[in-house]
Ligand binder design. Structure first.
Ligand SMILES: [Ca+2]
Ligand SMILES: [Ca+2]
Length: 246
């Protein structure tokens, strides 16, 4: 009888360490967005995960459009797909799944479409865009580093509608900080359709008052699950790419 009890205890310990322990005690943080962004934060650096285990553990699910915590649920990775238990919440919207030591603060922001052409031309000149078409533009005016002065994030794109007369399409997201302009993403092509870079979320993962910017391709208002994502953060007073799906 005693022998069986020991075997049972060993079996339970084995299950705990094999399946639960690595998941609970690895100390890393995990962020999943859409089908492609599977990111891990390990020893102070973000990187793409090379493989996903079947049982991923409990995640916070945030609505990326407003930072609302939608659910806390276990995630699984099966047949190349992220799944949540029962109802697959991830299929229903524009969500970020997060698990880790830190919590995420979402900065709420407003997108302003009222950008005059002089301002647009000024941005284009400063980030080195030589295209002669005045693109559509939106901007987000917000304090990204908690120093009391607002920065401006510009989203420029002439790729929203297919137009035979426009030969070169491009899309970019850039930041104006005082007189300094930083191009975060840029793509130029001869033919694109609904393929814009737009800010998907502004977050503070490290809780240091410096905000990380997540940019998605194909925008935020349609099915954003299958698109590319980029995360930028401040290093030496300048935004640099921390990780991306490309
Ligand atoms: Ca600032
Ligand atoms: Ca931060």
């Amino acid at each position: 009888m005693k022998k069986y009890l020991i075997i049972v205890i060993i079996a339970i310990l084995y299950i705990l360490f094999a399946f639960v322990a690595p998941d609970l005690f690895d100390g890393n943080s995990y962020m999943f967005i859409g089908k492609k962004a599977h990111w891990v934060y390990k020893k102070g650096e973000w990187s793409n995960m090379t493989s996903l285990s079947k049982n991923l553990g409990k995640f916070n699910i945030y609505d990326m459009s407003n930072g609302e915590l939608i659910d806390k649920t276990n995630l699984y990775y099966e047949n190349g797909k992220l799944l949540s238990k029962g109802d697959n919440i991830l299929d229903k919207g524009f969500y970020m799944s997060f698990k880790g030591k830190s919590s995420i603060e979402f900065l709420s922001y407003k997108r302003n479409y009222d950008v005059n052409s002089k301002e647009i031309l000024d941005v284009m000149k400063n980030v080195g865009i030589k295209n002669t078409d005045i693109p559509l533009a939106s901007k987000i005016v917000i304090d990204l580093d908690d120093d009391g002065t607002d920065e401006t994030i510009y989203e420029l794109y002439n790729s929203t509608n297919y137009d035979e007369n426009i030969k070169t399409y491009y899309t970019t997201v850039c930041i104006k900080d005082g007189n300094q302009y930083t191009k975060l993403t840029y793509k130029e092509d001869n033919y694109t359709f609904y393929n814009n870079y737009l800010v998907a979320a502004i977050i503070d993962f490290t809780n240091d008052g410096n905000y990380e910017i997540i940019v998605g391709e194909s925008g935020i208002s349609f099915d954003a699950r299958d698109t590319s994502y980029f995360m930028f953060g401040i290093k030496d007073n300048k935004y640099v790419k921390l990780v991306s799906t490309e």
